[in-house]
Design a protein around this ligand. Structure first.
Ligand SMILES: [Zn+2]
Length: 73
């Protein structure tokens, strides 16, 4: 018995997007997450609202939870 198994989409239970709050303008920015890029990612992205760069750090845990943190560059 495996009650954890979902009938559909069970293998792909990953969040494929996450969000952060811009330090500069306060907008919540949703960013796509690419799980294939690794469980620990860091990259710079400009806020689409105010164009300030942020260092985004993505961590994907083994159960598929995405943790996104952003710092002003
Ligand atoms: Zn902004």
């Amino acid at each position: 018995m495996n009650d954890d198994e979902r009938p559909s989409d069970g293998a792909r239970d990953l969040d494929d997007q996450s969000s952060y709050v811009c330090r500069s303008c306060g907008e919540e920015i949703v960013v796509p997450i690419d799980p294939l890029a690794g469980a620990d990612q860091e990259y710079v992205e400009d806020c689409p609202v105010c164009c300030r760069p942020h260092v985004l750090r993505v961590r994907i845990s083994r159960d598929g939870r995405v943790d996104l943190t952003a710092e002003a560059e």
